[in-house]
Design a protein around this ligand. Structure first.
Ligand code: HEM
Length: 183
């Protein structure tokens, strides 16, 4: 009974078959380091404009609902509309627009606001891919595209709250994807 409980609570695979408690040591391990996140400058808001930023977030959520992670999002239309509005308020504000989000929702605390949702590495990649398509669909201005992308690419890593692999989350640098946006 004791052995069974012990194995179940173990977090390393190396020694998982040991049945002697004293031999079983989980070595210290660094999981992964959150990369630096550079928030967009006000130029993004000035160049893209509020209308386009809102359209972008709307498209992003449409894509999410068609994606493999649709089940993470509210099924209720009204709840989804609320979420899209909050997300758009957040994006507009972070890009240099009015403080729509913090004036209604308070401190962003984005990581903890996502704790109710299980976000693993794959979910984050899908979330990001949905943004990639949305950016293209709304013809996001190329001059501020890199700035916007490097923000969401690095920031999205901080939302991962379930690890399914020992590999660090996949980086998707702008250089890798920029050709996707050029005609
Ligand atoms: C809320 C998914 C990353 C901004 C939510 C919700 C889901 C979700 C399911 C609704 C939570 C609820 O029911 O209350 C994801 C997934 C991500 C991700 C799968 C993958 C990494 C991000 C990132 C940002 C962001 C990087 C910011 C750029 C927001 C905002 C809200 C939200 C502003 C609304 C928070 C509020 O209620 O005030 N997200 N998200 N999300 N997400 Fe994300």
């Amino acid at each position: 009974m004791f052995t069974q409980e012990f194995h179940r609570s173990c977090c390393c695979s190396k020694n998982a078959s040991s049945n002697r408690r004293n031999d079983h040591v989980c070595e210290p391990r660094v999981d992964f380091v959150f990369p630096e996140v550079r928030f967009p400058s006000r130029r993004v808001f000035e160049v893209a404009g509020e209308k386009l930023l809102r359209e972008l977030v709307h498209r992003h959520h449409e894509n999410l609902l068609k994606s493999q992670i649709f089940y993470l999002f509210p099924t209720d239309k009204e709840a989804m509309e609320k979420l899209v509005k909050r997300s758009a308020d957040f994006v507009v504000e972070m890009c240099g627009g009015p403080d729509y989000y913090t004036s209604t929702r308070g401190e962003p605390r984005m990581r903890s606001r996502h704790f109710s949702v299980t976000i693993d590495e794959k979910a984050r990649e899908i979330w990001l891919a949905c943004y990639k398509y949305a950016l293209k669909e709304v013809a996001f201005p190329f001059s501020v595209l890199e700035e916007f992308w490097q923000w969401i690419e690095s920031f999205s890593i901080r939302m991962i709250n379930r690890r399914t692999t020992l590999e660090p989350p996949r980086r998707v640098y702008f250089d890798e994807i920029k050709n996707f946006f050029t005609p």
